[in-house]
Design a protein around this ligand. Structure first.
Ligand SMILES: *[C@@H]1O[C@H](CO)[C@@H](O)[C@H](O)[C@H]1NC(C)=O
Ligand SMILES: *[C@@H]1O[C@H](CO)[C@@H](O)[C@H](O)[C@H]1NC(C)=O
Ligand SMILES: *[C@@H]1O[C@H](CO)[C@@H](O)[C@H](O)[C@H]1NC(C)=O
Length: 210
């Protein structure tokens, strides 16, 4: 029974496959397990024949100029017994470019928040590292639970003239890129700023004036 189920499902399951991330437009080499150079294998993608432009060199499949339609689950089977030797989940993407970062305060004088985004999609999982410094000292950064690309920082002191420096680094398997911005407390915590930036702060602004 298990065998029947597997006949239908196994070609579509990425379970146990390793993920290989590659750049759009590059030539990609996939190696079938640790087979010797003289091994002969057959490659399948999503359980069907590979039709993309390619070269095959022993246990290696070389795809030329991959694009998004090259994504898929690649399996290799050793000839002549047809035993599966490896499974690779190919994910094509691009390295991140510098993220765009903005910081605001809607809880002045408690703290401020920063948010960031990428102008171009990377198509593969991309994480962000955030570093906030004030007067050469790193500050505690709390990541927002709801907004993935947002963090909150408490002012360590008020009326400080030292600038705050926020550095956001976007990281994925293909590369990394950082953006840093600097601002002073006075430029982020003014009533006028609230007024213009965020209509949700309207009641807060009133309290602040009173
Ligand atoms: C992706 O590459 C294949 C060849 O490997 C080609 O047939 C196809 O047109 C390409 N698709 C795009 C959107 O460029
Ligand atoms: C493999 O299947 C995935 C998911 O259905 C699809 O997005 C991808 O284009 C397929 N890859 C190839 C090379 O057919
Ligand atoms: C931002 O952080 C990254 C990673 O920690 C670092 O490589 C980069 O030099 C920093 N950029 C600035 C302007 O400080």
């Amino acid at each position: 029974q298990l065998r029947i189920i597997c006949t239908f499902l196994c070609p579509f399951l990425a379970y146990g496959a390793r993920i290989q991330y590659e750049r759009i437009g590059s030539d990609v080499t996939m190696q079938c397990g640790s087979l010797d150079n003289d091994a002969s294998v057959t490659w399948k993608v999503n359980g069907t024949d590979v039709k993309a432009r390619r070269r095959e060199e022993g246990p290696r499949l070389i795809l030329m100029e991959v694009n998004m339609s090259s994504n898929g689950l690649y399996s290799c089977f050793q000839n002549p017994d047809g035993q599966r030797r490896d499974q690779i989940n190919l994910r094509v993407g691009i390295p991140p470019k510098e993220p765009q970062v903005t910081c605001r305060s809607n809880t002045y004088p408690k703290g401020f928040y920063c948010s960031w985004h990428l102008q171009h999609p990377t198509y593969i999982p991309t994480d962000f590292e955030v570093d906030v410094q004030h007067n050469q000292r790193p500050l505690e950064v709390m990541r927002d639970e709801v907004h993935k690309n947002r963090c909150h920082v408490k002012f360590p002191e008020l009326f400080s003239s030292f600038p705050y420096r926020v550095n956001v680094t976007a990281v994925n398997s293909l590369g990394r890129a950082s953006s840093a911005i600097s601002f002073e407390e006075s430029s982020i915590g003014t009533v006028l700023d609230h007024w213009i930036d965020n209509e949700n702060t309207f009641p807060l602004v009133l309290v602040y004036i009173l």
